[in-house]
Design a protein around this ligand. Structure first.
Ligand SMILES: NC(=O)c1ccc[n+]([C@@H]2O[C@H](COP(=O)([O-])OP(=O)(O)OC[C@H]3O[C@@H](n4cnc5c(N)ncnc54)[C@H](OP(=O)(O)O)[C@@H]3O)[C@@H](O)[C@H]2O)c1
Length: 224
């Protein structure tokens, strides 16, 4: 796959590094030097601006802060530039007490979009793209694990979206990380994935190990 990253922070580093061995990666961002630095580290195919990343990728990963996504869409060339692309929304619009979006005071909640989810908001901004919510429920250090396994079990990575072809591609990317992809359903379930991530984030901010996860334990399938 040809994957364009928007952003070169913690999540872009973790995911792009793991995928660079089997996919063509382009790192895009506001600062060309920082994009080039990560591209060099992971031996990406290229680096440059946000619009170049969007042009390059069949799959685009939004790896900016949640409240910067709309801005990134504009920098990427607007809605038309994303037409036909698979867009992976990894972002958590979470209210962290004391943080920039703290309008509740004490709860870790998805508060930027009280109605629906960030993923559905993105889908409204770029209606001709195929949005898949994924990779939002674990800290970057979990995605860096090779593979992410807990108590000898693979991490179950939940995702959702409305287009099955796009979800098949994301499932492959999850599988590439050594995780077990599990489809939660349509994009409307993104509000639940975003809320679930808040539980993890609350634990992380209260001092738990950065690799704390909510994992789905599935029964072993017995052959008849
Ligand atoms: N960190 C985690 O463990 C983790 C886990 C799961 C999900 N997430 C989600 O993943 C997303 C990225 O998190 P992160 O930890 O990777 O963030 P980060 O390390 O802070 O990186 C954010 C990136 O976005 C860029 N950026 C900021 N504002 C931008 C704008 N207006 N337009 C374009 N680019 C912009 C930053 O570069 P410049 O400022 O130089 O442009 C930087 O490259 C967040 O939504 C977060 O909720 C994070």
């Amino acid at each position: 796959m040809k994957i364009g990253f928007i952003g070169y922070g913690n999540m872009a580093k973790a995911l792009s590094k793991r995928w660079a061995t089997s996919h063509e990666i382009f790192i895009g961002g506001r600062n060309a030097e920082s994009a080039a630095e990560l591209a060099q580290q992971i031996q990406a195919s290229g680096s440059g601006s946000i619009s170049e990343a969007v042009e390059f990728g069949d799959v685009i990963v939004f790896a900016t802060p949640a409240n910067a996504v709309a801005d990134a869409i504009q920098s990427g060339g607007g809605a038309e530039a994303f037409s036909g692309k698979v867009v992976i929304d990894i972002n958590n619009p979470v209210n962290v007490p004391g943080g920039p979006h703290d309008n509740e005071g004490e709860y870790y909640l998805p508060t930027i979009f009280n109605e629906g989810s960030l993923a559905e908001h993105i889908a409204a901004l770029i209606p001709d793209a195929q949005i898949v919510k994924a990779f939002n429920m674990c800290q970057a250090s979990v995605w860096e694990m090779e593979p992410p396994e807990f108590d000898g079990r693979k991490l179950v990575a939940l995702y959702c979206g409305d287009q099955s072809e796009a979800k098949t591609q994301v499932a492959e990317l999850i599988d590439n990380l050594g995780c077990d992809p599990v489809d939660v359903g349509e994009l409307k379930y993104a509000r639940l994935l975003e809320a679930s991530a808040c539980i993890v984030i609350k634990f992380l901010f209260s001092g738990r190990d950065m690799r704390t996860v909510l994992n789905l334990i599935q029964p072993e399938v017995k052959s008849i």
